[in-house]
Design a protein around this ligand. Structure first.
Ligand SMILES: Cc1cc2nc3c(=O)[nH]c(=O)nc-3n(C[C@H](O)[C@H](O)[C@H](O)COP(=O)(O)OP(=O)(O)OC[C@H]3O[C@@H](n4cnc5c(N)ncnc54)[C@H](O)[C@@H]3O)c2cc1C
Length: 367
């Protein structure tokens, strides 16, 4: 760990990059830490191919887009063109971004905050959490499984190896199809194992059709139904492996029999869905409040909403949360009361939060 930044920004989507750009313009030092291969990875992962990106703005929102540079054009363009535009913009402005760095935790220090990531620790005076609303679920196994990939950028990476895809839905199916196709095109006969904890897979008709076509064209697939990831371990050769268990046979004498397969973790992709950011807030000690009937009109009863000041600062001093991570609503502390605040999940909201949060940080740093 070397230098300390004014602002460490977690996530390089519309909220994080707008924060970076505003910091850049206002003379604050900053660093964006993005877990994906590239900026806007959240959008690249979730928008369907060819989807048009709209510069949507809630009808009752008084402000214009406060960071014009990241505003999608009035005449909607495809997600691919928008992503390309943003890439050029980041290069042109020379924004300070590190990709493939996954945020894990924050530690308080005497002179600021330390952000703990998969690629080491970073120091900052303030931290802006802008990791969006789609946090991929982690495999819950005994031992460590953090090396397991959660999506596939380059299916050719799996050529020549037996690959395991975990998950029973469309995303897992798409990953299976992409790897089968890459393997088939390179005449690779190593199979793709597709594991799901239930007996049946749950994919839509169109995906099932594409999968069927891939199998008919020679795709080598092995289905593992009723298979549960159980243990992350390191073998005698120092290789991180994931053990999945199948076919459990309960014995009367209390000794259970089962079959298990063990895969090098680098050959495993887990597509087991996503979750909201509440588990991360809990881990960070950022306070959330449970909605009760009559208190919330947007969130449902029982849902937990993060508690923020009007400047987006959380109950953890110096830690701010903006963008999709606090949509569709959060609990706002203002004028001595706490109220649910509507916060639509839009690029507009993410971008404008960024502008407000940098103003607040600047003030708090006395600049
Ligand atoms: C299918 C679809 C279509 C949409 N269409 C529109 C539209 O047309 N117009 C519109 O205004 N809005 C649209 N939206 C909503 C819009 O995309 C979101 O409001 C916006 O992306 C939120 O920005 P964000 O920066 O808060 O989060 P994201 O865009 O989700 O960015 C968060 C970033 O953080 C990264 N990240 C996550 N976890 C970590 C971690 N642990 N460490 C480091 N980085 C991490 C992610 O990889 C991601 O790049 C659409 C949403 C979807 C799903």
């Amino acid at each position: 760990m070397n230098r300390s930044y004014d602002v460490l920004i977690i996530g390089g989507g519309p909220a994080g990059l707008s924060t970076a750009f505003v910091c850049h313009k206002q003379g604050l030092s900053y660093l964006v830490l993005e877990s994906g291969k590239a900026i806007f990875q959240g959008i690249a992962n979730t928008y369907p191919q060819g989807k048009l990106v709209y510069p949507s703005k809630p009808k009752d929102a008084p402000e214009p887009f406060l960071v014009e540079e990241l505003r999608p054009p009035d005449k909607p363009v495809t997600v691919e063109s928008y992503l390309q535009y943003v890439q050029h913009f980041v290069q042109h402005e020379n924004l300070n971004v590190q990709t493939e760095v996954s945020f894990e935790d924050i530690r308080d220090e005497r002179d600021g905050l330390t952000v703990i990531t998969s690629k080491g620790n970073f120091k900052g005076k303030k931290v802006v959490l802008s990791f969006g609303s789609n946090i991929p679920r982690e495999l819950s196994v005994y031992g460590d499984a953090t090396m397991v990939a959660k999506n596939v950028d380059d299916p050719t990476k799996y050529i020549g190896v037996k690959t395991l895809v975990i998950g029973g839905g469309n995303t897992a199916a798409d990953v299976v199809i992409a790897i089968l196709k890459a393997k088939r095109e390179q005449n690779d006969d190593q199979p793709v194992y597709w594991a799901h904890k239930s007996e049946t897979f749950d994919v839509n008709k169109e995906t099932a059709q594409r999968l069927g076509e891939e199998i008919l064209l020679g795709g080598n697939i092995r289905l593992l139904q009723g298979a549960t990831p159980r243990i992350g371990e390191v073998d005698d050769e120092g290789v991180d492996r994931l053990v999945i268990r199948m076919n459990e046979f309960k014995q009367a004498d209390g000794i259970d029999l089962y079959h298990a397969l063990s895969f090098p973790m680098k050959n495993v992709i887990a597509c087991i869905g996503s979750q909201g950011p509440v588990p991360i807030f809990n881990k960070l000690g950022v306070q959330t409040i449970t909605c009760t009937s009559g208190v919330c009109t947007i969130a449902k009863e029982g849902e937990r909403l993060v508690l923020l000041t009007a400047e987006f600062e959380s109950t953890r001093k110096g830690v701010y949360v903006i963008g999709g991570a606090i949509s569709p609503s959060f609990m706002k502390i203002a004028a001595g009361s706490i109220q649910e605040e509507k916060h639509p999940n839009l690029i507009y909201t993410a971008v404008n939060d960024a502008s407000h949060v940098v103003d607040a940080i600047k003030k708090s740093l006395g600049r």
